[in-house]
Design a protein around this ligand. Structure first.
Ligand code: ATP
Ligand code: TYD
Length: 236
């Protein structure tokens, strides 16, 4: 692998071509961003923390019936994944109210939701990831109705598996962002990552006891101290 075969440099990960054209090599970098990329920093070890949590969860999800892109870890920050045709949606699953649900709709911070809420945003930084709905998704022909139903089914299944796993560690899964794509046979698979950047986690029983990227978004403390502790709680 070399800089020569870089296919895409995102805000936090770099995607490289691999020897097999159906495979990508994803490198979790130490970069962290918030506020649509306006706030940026680099913290040594951050990429490895997120890669470790992703490498922990994806095999568990596979075993429990969620097709994922994950193949294997190559080192602390690099993973081989199946190349997917990504569906440009950020699929957010919420168990308790936080973030934009509180800002935009008047829920109380931490309010328990009777059933998980799925919110989909268009993944398009230039448009500030606007919220999208089923009719717009279908009109844009991102997916068929059956595929959309499958994405929602998988998102709720991922939520159930993660929520139960984290609860055993006294961590409350407040919400999370997932990304899906289609493999070369048209099967919908979970792509991207599951990490402190994409999960909102609170220490059980406490309101806003953040164990995730909210520490960075809201300047709530030492990002790496929190990321390292969260990895230990989840993986060990
Ligand atoms: P954001 O930070 O909002 O998720 P980004 O594009 O900056 O956006 P990164 O995580 O830095 O995100 O970059 C990783 C990129 O690789 C994303 O565009 C993601 O959709 C894409 N991606 C993830 N998994 C796969 C996959 N299996 N096949 C192809 N592309 C993928
Ligand atoms: P949300 O409340 O919509 O966003 P914010 O509070 O940042 O405005 O976030 C819901 C969840 O989705 C939360 O776990 C963070 C995650 N998320 C991402 O991973 N990437 C994103 O671009 C956004 C907007 C949210």
């Amino acid at each position: 692998m070399s800089e020569g075969n870089l296919l895409y440099k995102g805000k936090a990960k770099s995607v490289f071509a691999a020897d097999d054209s159906n495979v990508l090599s994803v490198v979790f970098r130490d970069d962290i961003t918030a506020l649509d990329g306006l706030k940026k920093n680099t913290f040594e070890g951050k990429g490895a923390c997120n890669a470790k949590v992703t490498a922990y969860f994806y095999p568990i999800l596979e075993k429990n019936g969620v097709p994922t892109h994950f193949i294997k870890s190559v080192n602390e920050t690099t993973q081989l994944v199946r190349k997917l045709k990504m569906i440009p949606l950020e699929v957010v699953v919420r168990n308790r109210a936080a973030g934009s649900l509180v800002r935009n709709y008047g829920f109380t911070e931490g309010q328990y939701l009777e059933k998980p809420i799925i919110v989909m945003d268009l993944k398009d930084d230039s448009r500030h990831d606007p919220m999208i709905n089923d009719d717009i998704i279908l009109a844009l022909k991102f997916v068929t109705e059956t595929e959309l139903a499958e994405i929602k089914r998988l998102a709720l299944l991922v939520n159930k598996i993660l929520k139960e796993n984290l609860a055993e560690k006294n961590i409350d899964l407040i919400d999370m962002k997932l990304e899906f794509g289609k493999d070369n046979e048209g099967l919908i698979r979970l792509g991207d990552e599951i990490s402190m950047d994409s999960l909102r986690l609170w220490d059980k029983g406490e309101i806003c006891a953040s164990m995730d990227k909210d520490i960075y978004r809201k300047d709530k403390g030492d990002v790496m101290e929190v990321y390292r502790k969260t990895v230990e709680r989840i993986v060990n």
